[in-house]
Design a protein around this ligand. Structure first.
Ligand code: NAP
Length: 374
């Protein structure tokens, strides 16, 4: 059995990965070893699986890592930057499976999203490629949502406006959002009981707290609860954020075998939802086809797409982070022809970015590697 080293299993993506692997009985096909960057020497967590090491191994120990056939890391880019080259330079020739972005655009790595690019994965594997990286969450979710249109080569360009959840920024940020919500509530809880108090006075009190030095914002740097942040990831100093740049570059790397390239651009916005990213897409199609046909093509894209009727009740109840969180469903709705131009359609899509946006593609890649066996 393949020796698989797990790093970053305590974080958001890692814990979702481990849960899915337990649910899908993936552990029975491999020998798991657990590593940590901060808890080496402590006891392994109490999971209902057999692991090989009683105590957590130091995730920076190159000698221990090089005993693995496969290393799967959800620890983040900083860890990859510190360890990956050292491990490769030590002569290790195993498979590196990573959720972080550091290696995504490297020539000798593949961005994995196997329902879309199984062909690229197979070709790269046969060529001896050993670096497999999960894509950006909004990119993977968008591609799965419009998979049907891509297969039919109908997409000329996509403008994506994102509504990204706090969990996309990691465990600490998700906690911070809840703390911010609690802090705002506590500051006005007595006022809310007084039914005749002016709501603008209550709002003013909440705003004053949010804009004060007492508000908890160590991670997001600004309030997210009761607010939004129209910038995600680094500033590329050309008016674009790194998150926005990923839309075009990662999409076309994923589509590089078997699909035509498409233009993608838009704005990425962090909002105060807990988990699951939403995106409003404007899509320019290559030809004018009836809306019923478009619905059918999108719905048949893959087994995870759940087409939501474009009406108020269905959209409110089924097309939201609250409706899809914790599920592999890619909800796709609000599909209609825009008055702007006959070939332009609107699409609103929501998916759990910790599942299809992060853990699921790398869980499936691990399964592919175990099955291929080399
Ligand atoms: P995360 O939740 O911040 O976890 C990363 C590491 O932080 C953990 O493995 C843990 O390492 C440490 N940590 C420190 N305090 C923690 C706490 N209170 N709870 C849990 N872990 C804590 O990061 P993540 O969101 O899982 O992201 C991991 C990587 O995946 C990043 O490169 C990210 O860009 C990428 N990614 C994330 C998403 C997403 O939706 N979140 C989507 C796609 C890709 P130790 O146990 O070693 O201390």
């Amino acid at each position: 059995m393949k020796k698989v080293g797990f790093i970053g299993w305590r974080g958001m993506v890692g814990s979702v990965l481990i849960k899915s692997m337990i649910d899908e009985s993936d552990f029975k096909n491999l020998e798991p070893y657990f590593f940590s960057t901060s808890q080496a020497g402590q006891k392994n967590p109490e999971w209902n699986i057999k692991y090989k090491n009683e105590l957590l191994i130091d995730a920076y120990n190159i000698e221990e890592l090089s005993k693995m056939d496969i290393v799967i890391t959800c620890q983040g880019g900083e860890y990859t930057d510190k360890v990956f080259s050292k491990l490769r330079k030590s002569g290790w020739n195993g498979h590196w499976v990573d959720a972080a972005s550091s290696l995504r655009m490297k020539k000798d790595s593949v961005i994995v999203l196997d329902p879309i690019n199984q062909l690229s994965i197979d070709e790269a594997y046969d060529k001896g490629i050993k670096n497999w990286v999960g894509g950006n969450c909004t990119v993977s979710l968008m591609l799965l949502a419009i998979h049907g249109l891509l297969k039919e080569d109908l997409v000329e360009w996509v403008s994506s406006m994102t509504y990204q959840a706090a969990s996309g920024a990691g465990a600490k940020n998700m906690r911070e959002l809840l703390l911010q919500m609690g802090q705002i509530y506590s500051s006005v809880s007595d006022d809310l009981i007084q039914k005749d108090l002016n709501i603008l006075d209550i709002d003013g009190k909440a705003m004053a707290l949010m804009n004060s030095g007492n508000f908890q914002k160590d991670n997001f740097k600004v309030p997210l609860a009761g607010n939004l942040i129209p910038w995600i990831d680094e500033d590329l100093n050309n008016g674009q954020s790194r998150e926005e740049w990923k839309g075009q570059s990662e999409t076309n790397k994923i589509l590089s075998s078997g699909f035509k390239s498409i233009k993608v651009d838009g704005l990425c916005v962090r909002i105060g939802t807990m988990r699951s990213h939403a995106q409003a897409l404007t899509i320019k199609l290559k030809k004018n086809i009836p809306i019923e046909t478009i619905n059918k093509i999108i719905s048949n894209g893959n087994q995870w797409v759940k087409l939501i009727q474009n009406d108020k009740k269905s959209s409110m109840n089924l097309l939201s982070p609250a409706a899809v969180s914790g599920k592999l469903d890619i909800a796709v709705g609000r599909i209609r022809k825009l008055d702007i131009e006959e070939n332009c359609i609107s699409v609103f899509t929501v998916g759990d970015q910790l599942l299809w946006g992060a853990a699921e593609p790398i869980r499936r890649m691990l399964k592919i590697l175990i099955k291929k066996g080399r």
